[in-house]
Structures are given as structure tokens and as C-alpha cells.
Design a protein around this ligand. Structure first.
Ligand SMILES: C[S@@+](CC[C@H](N)C(=O)[O-])C[C@H]1O[C@@H](n2cnc3c(N)ncnc32)[C@H](O)[C@@H]1O
Length: 367
């Protein structure tokens, strides 16, 4: 699939997913202000005559998200003050990347023609991924979370869209459950399978035995000690086409607040966890090594490129069959998508994929 490329000031290339609604037409704040009186007070005109909003004003970014979801996706949506406010073009891009992964047949579909079933780890009060995936593509979702406010508002957002309510289940994670110990997991890890890695920039094939399982090398201090993530939340016998996650990226709220140019809200429960995203995604990896074929694709957003490399190494060590990465560019910020599977890759697709691998990678310029 062709990627759309744009020239940014300074010559840097920016790419938005070609199926993203905003690929050809970025949101028109002037038009939205004329159509939605509640948005109008947040729009002002700069000297060059272009309509703008104050990105440091949480109320402005929340109202923009509300009107975009209504105008472009027919969704009714709201979140309480201070909860993490999603940027719609960026979140849509992750959905389209997963759509490409599922369509690529790199990992053949084993669930027949049944409707696509996704699992959103940490769906948040905003419930953005299930709402976008269900409304755009008719996917079904389980959206999990741990906080009362997230569960309450995710449910409200689903109920506000009755046409989607059959498609989305909000699942509360049992925060009392004993945390699964990584050493136990190590004992359970028996498979030594041949692995392939196909990432944005490199493709390598390892036909030898998998390296020993060594997630324990992460210091205990920095390991995840929170509530269950997938193991203990996914029910016996359940299977999914994919999971996705926008994890708590940060170790502290100070780190989370480092971008003074935008105000997207975000409470400590949403933004922070002990060990940050590396620990949280490591837990997803550990859980995936147990659940294996319960998911066709496991995916997560990654906030730091250095963590992408660390996590990719961890994936090798648990015997995944495929790793794919991509980059999402949002304004001045980059995020990465990381995807892996334990299912056997289609060999035909594997080799044809080598030449086409960049087609699953794109960057997003937000708004
Ligand atoms: C960065 S927010 C993402 C919210 C939303 N998905 C989005 O993209 O805007 C991370 C979410 O993960 C939730 N969370 C933290 N630990 C969790 C766990 N063990 N299981 C499920 N959700 C968790 C937090 O409560 C928070 O809502």
C-alpha cells in the first residue's frame, strides 16, 4: 500500500497513513467552529489568517476531540476534567496500522471469517481505540482498565453510542489478583522455536535455537508490580485477533509533563507506572509468552526509541516468530508501534514481505 509523504518545514518528511481521514484533509478549525458553537470560543485567528486553538488549554483540546469524533466518526464522547485527552488523527493511525497487520497475512488468520476481535489494554476513560475501531471498521473489542473513573467513563462513552454498544465490552481488571512472578514464567517457558524478525528497517532470520529466556535480567526495582495486564484478565478459551496498548509511558509525573506545548490532561494512574513503559510492556511480553496463540498479533505503542530496541531484544528471547515496528510522528513527537506474534508466519508472505516491508510503516503529522 502506498504511503503518503509530506514535506515538513526544514525538509523532513512526514507521512500520514493513507486511510487516515485526515490524510488529505486536516481538521478545519474554522469550519468546525462555524458548525459547533461549543467549539467556537476556543478558535482564534493568527496574523496569517489561519484558525488556531491554544494547545495548552485542556478545555480546547478536549472540545476539539469531541467535535472531531462527532463530525468525522459520528461518535458521542466526553471525558471528565484532567483525564487523558486523545488526539484523534494519532489514535486513528494506530488503528490503521493494526488493520494493515491483519490484512498483510504475514501471520495467517486462524479465526475464520468471524468479526475481528481486539483487546485494548488500558482503554482509559476516553475508550478511544474501541470507539474508533468499532465505528470505522466494525471490530469488536474488550477494553480493560483498572481505575474506577476509567471504567465508569468508558462505559458511559460506549452507552452514548448505542449503535456500537454490542461491539464493545469494558472489563475491569481485578486489582487484588496476585501478580504473576516472572521467575515462574521462566520455568514455564519451554518452547525453543525458530524465529523471524521483520522490523521497519531490518529483516533477519534466525534458524537456530532461541536464546535462553532472560526477562529476569531487568532489575526487580524497575519491573512491573501493578495489577494484571493480560494473564488473569483474558478469560479461559478466549481468542483475539490482536491486542493494543497505549501504556503509561512515564516513571514520574514530572517526566510526563515535559511537553509544555500541549495540554492533553492525564492523571498519574494514566501516565505513570513503576519502571515506566519498559516495565509495563515487558509485562505484556511476559503475558504474551504465556498466552501465545490466544492472540494473532500482540501490539503496543512505545514512547522511547531506546525502549523499542530493548523490548525487541526481549521479544527475541521469548521465542516470538515475528516482530514488526513502525514510527508514528505527532507534531514534534515520535512514538513507535511494536507488534509481535507467536504464530507461525506464512513463509510465502515472509519473503515477499521483505521487499514490501516499508509499506506497513508510516509517520503521522498531527493536525
Ligand atoms: C496512557 S493511558 C491510555 C488511555 C487510552 N487508551 C488512550 O490511548 O488515550 C493508560 C491506561 O492504562 C490503564 N492501566 C494501567 N495499568 C493497567 C492494567 N494493569 N490493566 C489495564 N489498564 C491499566 C490506566 O488506568 C490508563 O487508563
Amino acid at each position: 500500500m502506498p504511503s503518503k509523504k509530506r514535506k515538513k518545514r526544514g525538509g523532513e518528511r512526514r507521512v500520514i497513513h493513507p486511510r487516515n481521514k485526515y490524510s488529505e484533509n486536516p481538521p478545519d478549525f474554522g469550519l468546525l467552529a462555524s458548525l459547533y458553537p461549543s467549539f467556537e470560543p476556543y478558535v482564534f485567528y493568527s496574523l496569517d489568517g489561519r484558525p488556531r486553538i491554544d494547545w495548552t488549554d485542556f478545555n480546547a483540546t478536549r472540545e476539539l476531540t469531541r467535535v472531531l469524533l462527532l463530525h468525522d466518526y459520528g461518535l458521542n464522547w466526553w471525558i471528565p476534567d484532567g483525564q487523558l485527552c486523545p488526539t484523534v488523527p494519532n489514535r486513528s493511525n494506530y488503528i490503521h496500522w493494526i488493520e494493515d497487520l491483519l490484512a498483510s497475512d504475514l501471520i495467517p488468520c486462524t479465526r475464520g471469517n468471524s468479526v475481528v476481535k481486539g483487546f485494548d489494554i488500558g482503554t482509559g476513560a476516553n475508550c478511544i481505540y474501541p470507539l474508533l475501531g468499532a465505528s470505522l471498521l466494525g471490530w469488536t473489542f474488550v477494553g480493560s482498565d483498572v481505575t474506577d473513573v476509567a471504567i465508569e467513563w468508558a462505559n458511559r462513552n460506549v452507552k452514548s453510542n448505542p449503535h456500537l454498544s454490542e461491539l464493545i465490552e469494558i472489563r475491569r481488571v481485578d486489582t487484588e489478583t496476585k501478580i504473576f512472578d516472572a521467575e515462574e514464567l521462566q520455568n514455564k517457558q519451554k518452547d525453543n522455536i525458530n524465529s523471524y524478525v521483520d522490523s521497519t528497517n531490518t529483516v533477519s532470520v534466525d534458524m537456530g535455537p532461541s536464546p535462553s529466556f532472560s526477562l529476569r535480567s531487568q532489575s526487580v526495582k524497575n519491573s512491573y508490580h501493578g495489577p494484571p495486564v493480560l494473564v488473569g484478565v483474558v478469560k479461559d478459551g478466549e481468542s483475539f485477533d490482536f491486542c493494543m496498548c497505549n501504556p503509561p509511558f512515564f516513571v514520574t509525573m514530572e517526566e510526563a509533563g515535559l511537553n509544555p506545548k500541549t495540554s492533553c490532561g492525564g492523571t498519574p494512574e494514566e501516565m505513570v507506572c513503576l519502571g515506566g513503559e519498559e516495565a509495563f510492556i515487558t509485562r505484556i511480553i511476559e503475558d504474551s509468552a504465556q498466552l501465545k496463540h490466544a492472540f494473532r498479533w500482540y501490539t503496543s505503542m512505545v514512547g522511547r526509541k531506546s525502549n523499542l530496541n530493548i523490548l525487541t531484544s526481549k521479544l527475541w528471547n521469548v521465542g516470538v516468530t515475528v516482530v514488526k515496528t513502525t514510527e508514528f510522528v505527532q507534531g514534534q513527537t515520535s512514538r513507535w508501534g511494536l507488534a509481535w506474534s507467536f504464530m507461525p508466519p506464512s513463509k510465502k508472505m515472509l519473503f515477499s514481505h521483505v521487499t514490501e516491508k516499508k509499506n506497513l510503516s508510516f509517520m503521522l503529522e498531527v493536525y
